[in-house]
Design a protein around this ligand. Sequence first.
Ligand code: GUN
Ligand code: ZN
Length: 450
Amino acid sequence: MRNRPTNERPTVIRGPVLTFTGNPFTDGLEHTAVYERDAIVAMANGRITEFGPAQHVLSRLPADIEIRNYGKDSLISAGFIDSHVHFPQTPMIAAYGEQLLDWLANYTFPTELKYSDKDFARSVARVFLQENLRNGITSACVYCTVYPQSVDALFEEAEKLGMRLAAGKVLMDRNAPPALLDTPKSGYDDSKALIARWHNRGRLLYAVTPRFAPTSSHEQLEAAGALCREHPDCYMQTHVSENKNEIAWVEELFPERNGYLDVYDRYALCRPRAIFGHCIYLTEEELQVMHRTGSAIAHCPTSNFFLGSGTFDISRALRQDRPVRTGIGTDLGAGTSFSMLTTMNAAYKAAQLNGYSLSARHAHYLATRGTAHAMYLEDKIGSIAPGMEADIVVLDMKSTPLIKYRMQFVEDFEEALFVQTMLGDDRAVQATYVAGELKYSRNTAEVIST
Ligand code: GUN
Ligand code: ZN
């Protein structure tokens, strides 16, 4: 949205639209889900300028305006948002055989050592961001590595694409290979400099990123708390209660604390814009703390299945008397797909294993406005309405022979959408717009770079 003429001619697209005006978990689908069978979305200067039934909007547009009509077999949605992902793990996705702690030691840390080389970091950042766009992901909350240059590389590439991205340097001063460790002071100083350089630059946002309690000393968690206090509008992201051995280890390392989340709460890291990855084994008291402090959960089901971590109970997290803000995330490289459709598929299965059926529209909400809400960004991204930032994904509802065949038998939109969430993947993404500009088009099968 920077460096653009202020009165740009609108980009106009047409097709069926699904979007949300509020939270269907608390207020019901009938009050919050908007499905428009034949809609027009106009975008200019990075924002949505018009949205509504085609018949209404057409009369408000210049007569000679070009309209890209995606047709009745498409679905236009707000761009997907990934609440939790590790860009440096792109080269090691699908690493065999281990659960969390051994997976970190045997695969993740050796890979992350390579990011002292900024050129390598940049090459991975490019692949990572292209995969995001190929999957209709227009925003994400991203872990980098302990090396500040890996953060610069990611932000520089995201800025070229105009993406709204939150990211941060991992803070880690113990229990990892020596070359991957910072110190409480260097971690603080490096984060401070990155915040000054990147936070609120264009659409970019900074996330203070202590990796997880086992890899940070008390002093480092204290420093992370200070960074959050000094920069209250920055994000804070970390992991909690993902794996049983991890939880037992945290109890050994912090015997004075009343459970895992309390380690973070002690340093005032539970707060608005704090995003906690996984949260599978949080107790009722911990969920109360999450609710009371305005903290958010990043539910990462493909990762939880892949690492054998457990099955997150989303209906429990969202309980009406103390709902916790909840988004969904890929958690790649422990997550096994960049596709948000595949991630919704896994979220459905995790819910099923907890006796709850997650509807397709609720899942779609989670991947768009729900994650925006978890990030306190629902006034900017995650839905289609005039004034919102113009991040859009266009899905093809007949993207494979099987889906095309299955779609002959669907009786309504809900069923059609459910088929997409169970059977769809990157092939379903027809086009991705970032801040009103077409950045990926399946027809040309490449990311359109600026
Ligand atoms: N816990 C600490 N670091 C990580 C990580 O990189 N991935 C996952 N899934 N869990 C973690
Ligand atoms: Zn993670």
